[in-house]
Design a protein around this ligand. Structure first.
Ligand code: GMT
Length: 380
């Protein structure tokens, strides 16, 4: 098939999933055209089936806000027509789904019929999307999509709960490329950070409030009082300064390292003993899956779709949002040398269930189903 993929080309989970999906589809012989405002971060190699179309949008003194969605729709129209795409797959509802629906309508006037698949990723539903300033457009574009997927059962249920959506939503979970995310020998790195055999705890996120990075620091603070340990914080975002201050206030700044937006996160995960994800909301928790693939057990909240990934007592533990006491107790249990190896093995086994090779065919089958239905509808 010839597939157009629209996503945010940044470090965020939805962009990562979209890019990895496109790369996987290209390897499977599909022709994949990325339509984004800049080169997706992980689209960093050549493949004869991969194409990139940049959305360039002009500003004008009249515009307080340049109309990106219109430029995106126009670009989709252009790429579908010229590259003869069979399907558009947009990741993250805002504004990609509504822009795609407009593009589909424009193309229809020219006798070109292209189905639109929308994948819901999380904050497009749970935070931003249900705000009254976006809700009507989000509801409309989900209902108008030819196919809709969500990355967890919880996100699917949330969508039905908060939006007047009649469209059937198929759950296709996020996936992991185990050839990239696997435990690597990085002993020198571990020795540099934990010279006296300290346990290494890792958190990666975009440092937004919803990630509750302060909980990570508070849990680490308590763990560190019981066992020698170090904390690595990967990523950056609005809460970074507050978190640095909290580390100083708790007098643990020397035990914490801020690594910023690292690309090779699998190298850090390879030397980690524990991953903490205490999020307020999390539709899936791709960062936790990446950790599990590198044999790192996860202490997490039970928010959103996380319990569909992190199995309580097996690959780690899940607790109520904000229950720092329980998360600390569980972290100490996992880090106990009598338990750690078992949890590491179980984390990897759980990650294997989300191996890319198992999930990609679900998308391919979904594209096929949606295309056939769309073709039948177009003929009638
Ligand atoms: O977590 C974020 O803030 C980024 C966000 C995104 O859209 O890029 O991530 C969402 O999509 C990921 C990929 O499907 C999921 O793994 C994350 O759980 C989800 N984030 C939230 O629901 C907060």
């Amino acid at each position: 098939m010839k597939i157009g993929i629209v996503c945010y080309p940044t470090f965020g989970g939805s962009g990562v999933v979209a890019t990895e999906l496109g790369k996987g589809l290209a390897k499977n012989g599909h022709e994949v055209h990325f339509i984004t405002y800049s080169q997706p971060t992980r689209l960093d190699f050549f493949n004869e089936n991969l194409f990139y179309h940049e959305v360039d949008f002009r500003s004008y003194p009249l515009f307080k806000y340049p109309p990106y969605e219109l430029a995106l729709s126009s670009k989709m129209v252009d790429v579908v027509k010229n590259e003869k795409l069979d399907l558009l797959h947009v990741h993250y509802a805002i504004p990609h789904a509504s822009a795609a629906i407009l593009a589909r309508q424009i193309l229809q006037t020219e006798g070109i019929h292209v189905p639109v698949v929308t994948t819901l990723h999380g904050t497009d539903i749970t935070l931003v999307g249900k705000d009254p300033s976006y809700e009507p457009v989000v509801t409309y574009s989900i209902n108008q999509s030819d196919g809709v997927t969500a990355v967890s059962e919880d996100l699917k249920n949330d969508t039905y709960k908060h939006f007047n959506v009649q469209k059937e939503i198929e759950v296709i979970p996020n996936f992991i490329d185990l050839s990239k995310f696997q435990k690597q020998r990085k002993d020198h790195f571990k020795l540099a950070i934990c010279p006296n055999g300290e346990k290494l705890i890792v958190h990666t996120s975009n440092f937004r409030q919803v990630k509750r990075v302060d909980d990570v620091v508070r849990i680490f603070h308590k763990v560190n009082q019981s066992i020698p340990s170090r904390l690595l914080l990967v990523g950056d975002g609005p809460e970074r300064n507050n978190i640095e201050n909290l580390c100083r206030d708790l007098d643990i700044y020397e035990e914490v390292r801020f690594l910023g937006k690292l690309e090779a996160v699998e190298e850090v995960l390879s030397v980690a003993d524990l991953f903490i994800m205490p999020s307020e909301k999390e539709s899936f928790g791709l960062a936790a899956l990446e950790a599990m693939a590198c044999e790192v057990p996860v202490i997490s909240s039970n928010a959103g779709g996380i319990p569909e990934l992190n199995i309580n007592g097996i690959s780690g533990f899940t607790s109520k949002v904000g229950d720092i006491e329980e998360m600390t107790k569980n972290a100490l249990h996992v880090l106990d040398d009598n338990n750690l190896l078992t949890f590491k093995e179980s984390a990897l086994n759980r990650a294997k269930e989300f191996e890319m090779g198992k999930i990609l065919p679900l998308y391919e089958a979904f594209y096929q189903k949606v295309s056939e239905l769309h073709l039948t509808a177009a003929k009638s």
